[in-house]
Structure formats: structure tokens, C-alpha cells
Design a protein around this ligand. Structure first.
Ligand SMILES: Cc1ncc(COP(=O)(O)O)c(C=O)c1O
Length: 357
């Protein structure tokens, strides 16, 4: 069976060594040495100043909104994983959708200003499939209108914009380290916080708001990453060059064989690619279903992702209609993409796909 993704498991012996260390010091959670080390190493690897590790990418978004004190309406994209929207709703914020560019699949930055009202407090764009948003434009609009920007950068691990980490844009960027991601810690996530003065607030928020044994500073929650997850992250980081090189190879073969045959995502010219996904946009939903069925018959399972468009969620009130996002979500398929995918398997996928267009 070939799934859309397969979790990369780093060297078991190395992981065991980290586990031995955890057993030896008896510290398994609460900002232990593995979490501290992973924060340090990730900050260096990614080229960012402040990184706060948390238990997953959804909670990273929630902590970001609370760190920045976001209220009221938030302009965001309907074309994302459900967590981008649900994290807003569960925090009492109103997602105000803005449609996407049909080629880049990212929020259409040119239309942001028309959407701003007195109730708007923030913009939450997503670097969809690792494709960087127009960060300079978005950040300038936010500054002019006194809005905060939180980039959902769950897909953008390691992506650079004009030779520096794209995570350095906006007020906060969040990452997901879920097992299916390019870099993972089993479950996990992170906040990259650009204002040094906000880092401590985020650290209180992820640990029940506790300042010290005698005082509670904030209304907090429990969003901590544990030591076993951090140890997995450390092992992944040791092998990250291998992972990215293998993904690049898979990506480039798909690209070579499929360019001109199906619509591929148009990438921002200023960003580096991290090869985390390979989405294709088909001519119609009918064609998508045909391709999907043919692949499934060979035990190959691409994923309809993102589907459905988030403006169709039942809990979004008042109703909004994002025609481009809906249109794309009906026709988009992410092809199997992971380091261990073999060339013969990939060629088979490509052949079945092309024969069913
Ligand atoms: C764009 C996006 N945002 C948020 C999340 C949520 O991350 P997590 O699964 O780590 O909670 C994901 C995870 O798949 C995602 O793809």
C-alpha cells in the first residue's frame, strides 16, 4: 500500500540513547533538557531568534492569538487544514475569509485591504504546501492598519524568503511537527516570536500561566512538549539533510513528468522549496475522482487536501462563499510524497495518473 505520506522514523539506536538520558535524569516533561536543546538547535537550524516548543501545531496557533491579544475579526484563508480556522473559532475569534489566488493557492494579498473593518485585529495567512505568501506586502498592510500577523507556517519548515527564514516575517509564525510533516516530533509544534518581549508571555501561557511557585501571571493552559517528543525532534534534526534531499528527488521526478499535463502550484519566486507536498490540480472533480479510483485500485492512496474548503464548515456564521477556494478544493489531489518512496513506485503512480487524465 502506498499512502499519501509515510512517517519518517530516524535511527532507532540514536533515539534509544536519548531515551536512556531521559531515564537517567528522570525528567520527562516540564521544559526539560531535551526541549531546551531542541529549541536551541532549531533556532540555529531555522535561522530564527525565539522559538517556543508546544504540544502541537493547533495549540501553537491558539497560543499565538493569546500572546498577541487578538480579538474580534481575523482575515484568513479558506484554503487550509481545518485547524487554521477551528483554532480561531475555539478562541472566540471570527474568521473572515478572503479568497485565494488560483495559481499560488495562497491568500490573495492584493485584496486584504478591502476586507479590513474596525473589528479586524489580525491576519492569519498560511504558506500553503510550503509556498511562501507575499510576506512583505502582507506585513506592510498590517503595519499600515495596525493589525497583527500570525503566519500559519505549518508547511513551511526550512523555507527561506530572499535568503532568510520566512518565519521571521509577521508577529508570530507557527509550525506543526506532526508525524506526517517534513520535520516531526511525533506530535508537536512551535511558535517563532519576533518581538523578544512577548516570548516570556507565551512561556507563561503554555504552562498554566504560572510565573513561579507563588504567582500566576496569565490565564494559561497546558501546551508543553514532553521530553520523548523533543528527543524524536533531535533525532529528526540529525537526519534532516537526508530527509530533504530524498524529498527533493521525489518532487523533481513528479515535476519533470507532470509539468504541462496537470496544473502545478505556482511558487513564489523569492522562496526556496522544502518539497513537503506534491499537489496537482485536475481539470474537474470528475477527472479527480477517475484518477483517484484508478490509483486506489492499485493500492495507492493520494489525498484530497485541502478538502473541503473551510468556508463550508457548518460552524462558520454568518455563511461565506469563497468560489476559488471551493473550486480548487474540488479538483486538488496531493500525490504520495515521502523520502522512502521508490522511483519504480513513483513511475507507476505517474503512469496511472497520466493514463487517466
Ligand atoms: C496548515 C496547517 N495548520 C495547522 C495544522 C495543525 O497542526 P497539528 O496537527 O500539529 O495540530 C496543520 C496540520 O496538519 C496544518 O497542515
Amino acid at each position: 500500500m502506498i499512502n499519501v505520506t509515510k512517517t519518517y522514523l530516524p535511527d532507532k539506536e540514536k533515539y534509544k540513547k536519548y531515551i536512556d538520558q531521559i531515564y537517567a535524569n528522570g525528567w520527562i516533561t516540564n521544559n526539560g533538557p531535551m526541549v531546551k536543546l531542541l529549541e536551541k538547535r532549531l533556532a540555529e537550524y531555522l535561522g530564527v531568534k525565539n522559538i517556543v516548543l508546544v504540544c502541537n501545531g493547533t495549540v501553537a496557533l491558539e497560543i499565538a492569538y493569546r500572546t498577541l491579544g487578538i480579538k474580534g475579526d481575523v482575515i484568513t484563508t479558506p484554503f487550509s487544514f481545518v485547524a487554521t480556522t477551528s483554532s480561531l473559532v475555539t478562541n472566540g475569534l471570527n474568521p473572515i475569509f478572503l479568497d485565494i489566488d488560483p495559481e499560488t493557492l495562497n491568500l490573495e494579498a492584493n485584496n486584504i485591504e478591502n476586507m479590513i473593518t474596525k473589528n479586524t485585529s489580525a491576519i492569519v495567512p498560511v504558506h500553503v504546501f510550503g509556498n511562501g505568501c507575499e510576506v512583505e506586502k502582507i506585513d506592510a498592510i498590517a503595519k499600515k492598519n495596525d493589525l497583527k500577523v500570525i503566519y500559519d507556517a505549518s508547511h513551511a519548515f526550512g523555507v527561506e524568503y530572499k535568503n532568510e527564514s520566512i518565519l521571521n516575517y509577521g508577529d508570530i509564525s507557527t509550525l506543526s511537527f506532526h508525524a506526517t510533516k517534513l520535520f516531526h516530533s511525533i506530535e508537536g509544534g512551535a511558535l517563532i516570536i519576533n518581538d523578544d518581549t512577548l516570548v516570556q508571555k507565551a512561556r507563561y501561557l503554555i504552562n498554566f500561566g504560572i510565573k513561579n511557585t507563588e504567582s500566576i501571571q496569565e490565564l494559561g493552559t497546558n501546551a508543553k512538549m514532553n521530553e520523548f517528543e523533543a528527543a524524536m525532534g533531535l533525532c529528526m534534526l540529525d537526519e534532516i539533510e537526508l530527509v530533504t534531499a530524498a524529498r527533493k528527488k521525489v518532487f523533481e521526478l513528479y515535476e519533470k513528468e507532470l509539468v504541462g499535463k496537470v496544473q502545478l502550484q505556482e511558487m513564489n519566486e523569492y522562496v526556496t522549496l522544502n518539497h513537503s507536498y506534491f499537489p496537482i490540480v485536475l481539470k474537474s472533480e470528475l477527472q479527480l475522482l477517475k484518477v483517484q479510483k484508478a490509483l486506489n485500485e492499485h493500492d495507492i492512496y493520494p489525498r484530497r487536501y485541502f478538502y473541503p474548503s473551510l468556508d463550508t464548515l457548518g460552524y462558520i456564521k454568518p455563511k461565506q462563499f469563497m468560489s476559488i477556494s471551493r473550486h480548487i478544493s474540488h479538483k486538488i489531489l496531493c500525490l504520495p510524497m515521502y523520502p522512502e518512496l521508490k522511483e519504480e513506485q513513483q513511475k507507476n503512480i505517474i503512469e496511472i495518473l497520466i493514463n487517466n487524465l
